[in-house]
Design a binder for this molecule. Structure first.
Ligand SMILES: O=C(CO)[C@H](O)[C@H](O)COP(=O)(O)O
Length: 236
């Protein structure tokens, strides 16, 4: 049952999740080895369908390939138009935490309940322009909210600070929810996100491709620790 991995993820917070989107896909085995030895504790996996978002990445075979070569929890972010259609196969492929976009579905509560039946951790994501009120109703059936700090679709975009207000509101009103942020996270933006109550930080271009993954993860970890040490921190 992969919900056990969800408990693992809860226990590891605050945590930085490398986004494999920025990896060298021709050399994933060594990317996985480098990330693991640098101390990554879970991986963020971006699935894009060229329809819900204009970019196209990969599907179940790649998720299954990652699963074969790592024990780390796989946090799969579905940027696809029909998440319910592919969710069971993604779970079979090895997803531990499966996130759909609220903008992609007609009924987020129904979708979250159906995902729950698959035995995985369930996340709901929202783009920067989507109001938090669009999550009304579904929050009782999800484990995590993924607050996008860029419009879903591409790595390497600048951070949108509208995400910080959303994190603050979610943290104040839903203390039990895991909160994740994705897009433009680096050593400068990770601190404010932590102070706004975020637990899980997806990092792509500020980490992957750097010469020394340990040093890059260390800098990000240090920025989280500094944020926790500041008096205005509103983290749990
Ligand atoms: O979901 C994503 C894009 O839709 C990526 O995970 C995200 O953008 C991470 O990349 P970066 O840290 O370079 O912004």
């Amino acid at each position: 049952m992969t919900r056990a991995k969800l408990d693992l993820i809860r226990k590891m917070t605050p945590a930085i999740l490398p986004s494999v989107l920025s990896c060298d896909f021709g050399d994933m085995k060594s990317e996985l080895a480098r990330l693991t030895s640098a101390g990554a504790r879970a991986l963020h996996v971006d699935v894009m369908d060229g329809h819900f978002v204009p970019n196209l990445t990969f599907g179940m075979p790649i998720v299954a390939g990652l699963r074969r070569h790592t024990e780390l929890p796989l946090d799969v972010h579905l940027m696809i138009s029909d998440p319910l259609r592919y969710a069971p196969a993604m779970v079979d492929a090895g997803a531990d935490l499966l996130t759909f976009h609220v903008e992609a579905v007609e009924d987020a509560t129904y979708t979250a309940k159906e995902f729950r039946k698959l035995g995985v951790g369930v996340g709901v994501a929202l783009d920067p322009e989507t109001p938090l009120s669009d999550l009304d109703g579904c929050l009782s059936f999800v484990d995590m909210v993924l607050v996008m700090s860029v419009k879903a679709g591409f790595g390497g975009q600048p951070f949108d600070s509208v995400s910080l207000d959303k994190l603050t509101l979610l943290r104040d009103n839903h203390p039990g929810l895991l909160l994740q942020i994705d897009g433009g996270i680096n050593a400068e933006t990770i601190g404010p996100a932590r102070q706004a109550g975020c637990d899980l930080f997806v990092v792509g271009s500020a980490l992957i491709g750097r010469d020394d993954y340990s040093a890059a993860l260390g800098e990000l970890d240090q920025a989280v620790r500094s944020a926790d040490a500041t008096p205005q921190a509103r983290v749990k």
